[in-house]
Ligand binder design. Structure first.
Ligand code: HEM
Length: 295
C-alpha cells in the first residue's frame, strides 16, 4: 500500500492522523533537548521518554483490534501498521540514546545487556519489535503468506508483556506507571481471551472485564509492594479508598474499561434504533419476478 494512502490510492485521513501522532512525542523530545528543558541528565530523561512512548504506542496498537470491533469501525485498521512501526521506532530511539549514554562503547553496551536482567529483557523486546516492524511491509506480508504472518505477529502480546516487565524492573521505587501499563495490558489480554472463547464480547462482558482488570491491577499492586518493600498488602488495598492519596492505577483501569463498555452500550443502542429496511410483501416480490421474467 502506498505511503499514507489506501489501497485505492486515495489519501487516508486515518493514516495521516496516526503518522502525525507518531511524530509528536519525538518532536517534543527534540524540542526539549534543543531548549535545554530535559533537566540535569538530558540523555537519561530522553531515554525514559522514548521508552515510555515505545510502550504506549505498543499498547495503543494492541487496542486497535478491540476498538475496531467495539465501535464497529473496521477502517481503524488503517492506522495499526503506522502505530506499530512507531512503537518499534521509539524503542530503537530509546536504545540508540542508551548507546549514546554509554559513549558509543559497544562492548560496554553488550556486556551490560548480558549482565543486567532488565536490559536483557529490554533487548528481547526490542528484537521482537524489529522483527514485527520489518515483516510489516506489503512485500513481506505477501512473501510470508497470511498464516505465517499471523503466527509471527501473534508474538506482539508476548513482546508487550516483556516490555512491561522491563519497565517494572527498572522502576525501582516508583511503580505507579508500570502498574498502570500492566493494568491496561491485562485488559487487552483478557479481552483477547474472551473474544477467542465467545466469538464476541458484549457490552455487559466489557463491564465485567473492566471490573476484573481493575481488581487484578489493585491486587497485583498490593502483592508487588508486599514482595518488594514488605508493606502490608491490606494497607495498599485500603489506600485505594483513601481520598487523601493519589488516585491508584486500578481506578484509571476501571474508568477506561467502563468508558469502553459505555461506548459499547451506546453503539448497541444505536444499532437497534437504526431504521430497518422496509419489508417487502410476498405479493410484491412475486410481482417483481413476473415483471423481470417478462411474463
Ligand atoms: C536493548 C534494548 C533496551 C535497552 C538497552 C533499554 C534500556 C533502558 C534503560 C537504560 C532505561 C532506564 C533505566 C534507568 O534509568 O534506571 C530503560 C527504561 C525504560 N525502557 Fe528500556 N531498554 C530497551 C528496550 C526497551 C523496549 C523494547 C521498551 C518498550 C517497548 C522499553 C521501554 C522502557 C520503559 C517504558 C522504560 C521506563 C521509562 C520511565 O521510567 O519513564 N525499553 N530502558
Amino acid at each position: 500500500m502506498p505511503f499514507l494512502r489506501e489501497r485505492s490510492g486515495r489519501w487516508s485521513a486515518l493514516k495521516i492522523i496516526a503518522f502525525v501522532a507518531a511524530l509528536l512525542p519525538a518532536s517534543w523530545i527534540a524540542y526539549q533537548a534543543a531548549a535545554g528543558e530535559l533537566g540535569a541528565r538530558p540523555v537519561t530523561e530522553a531515554i525514559h521518554q522514548a521508552g515510555d512512548w515505545a510502550l504506549r504506542f505498543l499498547l495503543i496498537t494492541l487496542a486497535i483490534t478491540p476498538a475496531q470491533r467495539i465501535f464497529a469501525y473496521p477502517r481503524l485498521v488503517l492506522a495499526r501498521r503506522t502505530l506499530g512501526v512507531a512503537s518499534a521506532g521509539y524503542a530503537l530511539l530509546h536504545f540508540s540514546l542508551y548507546i549514546l549514554d554509554q559513549h558509543f562503547d559497544i562492548f560496554k553496551v553488550a556486556s551490560e545487556i548480558v549482565l543486567r536482567i532488565y536490559l536483557t529483557i529490554g533487548a528481547l523486546g526490542l528484537a521482537g519489535l524489529i522483527v514485527l516492524a520489518s515483516t510489516s511491509t506489503d512485500a513481506a506480508i505477501s512473501r510470508l503468506g497470511s498464516g505465517r504472518w499471523h503466527a509471527i505477529h501473534r508474538f506482539v502480546y508476548a513482546i508487550a508483556v516483556v516490555a512491561v516487565v522491563h519497565f517494572f524492573i527498572q522502576s525501582k521505587l516508583n511503580t505507579y506507571q508500570p502498574v498502570l501499563m500492566a493494568g491496561f495490558l491485562i485488559w487487552l489480554l483478557a479481552y483477547r481471551a474472551l473474544y477467542r472463547r465467545n466469538g464476541e464480547v458484549s457490552p455487559l462482558h466489557l463491564v465485567m472485564l473492566a471490573i476484573g482488570a481493575a481488581v487484578v491491577t489493585a491486587v497485583g499492586e498490593a502483592i508487588l509492594y508486599l514482595l518488594t518493600s514488605g508493606v502490608d498488602a491490606r494497607l495498599v488495598l485500603l489506600a485505594h479508598f483513601d481520598l487523601d492519596m493519589e488516585v491508584r492505577p486500578a481506578w484509571w483501569v476501571l474508568a477506561a474499561g467502563l468508558a469502553v463498555a459505555g461506548a459499547g452500550f451506546w453503539r448497541q443502542k444505536r444499532a437497534r434504533q437504526r431504521p430497518r429496511a422496509p419489508r417487502i410483501s410476498r405479493g410484491a416480490v412475486s410481482g417483481a419476478i413476473q415483471v423481470q421474467s417478462g411474463s
